[in-house]
Design a protein around this ligand. Structure first.
Ligand code: UDP
Length: 276
């Protein structure tokens, strides 16, 4: 795989969707098991206080940048050093404007945003060609079933091996592994939110007999089921999906605060400490 980019201790792969799909083909044909993680700014902030979670993220075969904020951080950390704090702040503001106007510079270090939700759709689409068997684990009871119904309409040749809500509790995991093994999937999507989904995969992937690739996808099953509405294209193209979530799901305010202001200030401090 292409070069890794370190953002606050998390190592990202500089990949696009097509690279992930190509890698999946190799993974599924091979004998090893692979975890794919989709870290977003909120997960980076969280991982600063949880060293074990950081290790789990870094143990993945692929870590893809879920969100424009990650691309911004890779770009900003790569800029030449600022002479002083004031110039540093100006550079942060300038680079944030570059994000807003989707300027090329933002895509130089990490070439593309690769979100868990889009990855789910693209993998299901690709599976029609390859016959990959897919299992959806997590989301509230009944939601993954609705997601499968909707996905099957859109991608009629996709094969869904099964779905189950379950819980990320360690006491349930043997039963969940047994269920998944009976369904014999190649690919497992896990939607328990972070850090649960990544930790679940880390603990259990070796027990899954047929699964070659497991991916933590957060709210992707909710989106696929139509339970949560994705931001309109205009918000997405300006990197303002977080703002859409703020207006449509105000209860997420603390999480959005972490993903925006706390994340930007963490990256700013990191850059300052690197420069000194
Ligand atoms: N979830 C779950 N069991 C849990 C905790 C969370 O099934 O114990 C599901 C939840 O229903 C949702 C997903 O995990 O489908 C996490 O969604 P969220 O929007 O928090 O993900 P993110 O914003 O991190 O992508």
């Amino acid at each position: 795989m292409k070069k890794k980019v370190d953002i606050a201790g998390i190592k990202f792969n500089a990949v696009r969707y097509e690279d992930v799909l190509t890698a999946m083909e190799v993974f599924i044909k091979g004998n090893e098991k692979h975890m794919i993680v989709t870290p977003n700014p909120e997960m980076i902030v969280y991982s600063q206080k949880d060293e074990a979670f950081k290790k789990v993220l870094n143990s993945a075969t692929l870590a893809v940048p879920d969100g424009i904020g990650i691309l911004w951080a890779a770009h900003y950390l790569n800029l030449p050093k600022a002479e002083n704090r004031f110039i540093g702040i100006l550079k942060v503001i300038g680079s944030l404007f570059q994000v807003l106007f989707k300027m090329k510079a933002i895509y130089k270090v990490l070439p593309a945003r690769v979100t868990g939700t889009d990855l789910l759709f693209r993998i299901v689409n690709e599976s029609q060609k390859n016959g990959w068997r897919i299992y959806l684990l997590g989301a509230a009871p009944g939601i993954a079933g609705i997601a499968i119904e909707r996905l099957s309409k859109k991608y009629p040749k996709a094969i869904f091996a099964g779905s189950f809500a379950g819980t990320p509790a360690e006491t349930h995991e043997d039963e969940l592994c047994e269920r998944i093994n009976l369904a014999e999937p190649d690919i497992l999507f896990v939607a328990y939110g972070h850090p649960n989904q990544e930790e679940w995969i880390h603990r259990n992937l070796h027990k899954l007999t047929t699964t070659k690739v497991a991916i933590g996808v957060g709210g992707a099953i909710d989106f696929a089921a139509g339970k949560a509405k994705r931001a309109p294209q205009i918000f997405r193209s300006f990197g303002l999906e977080w703002f859409w979530r703020l207006i449509t799901q105000p209860r997420r305010i603390k999480r959005i605060w972490n993903a925006t202001f706390v994340f930007v200030s963490l990256i700013f401090r990191l850059k300052r400490s690197k420069n000194s």
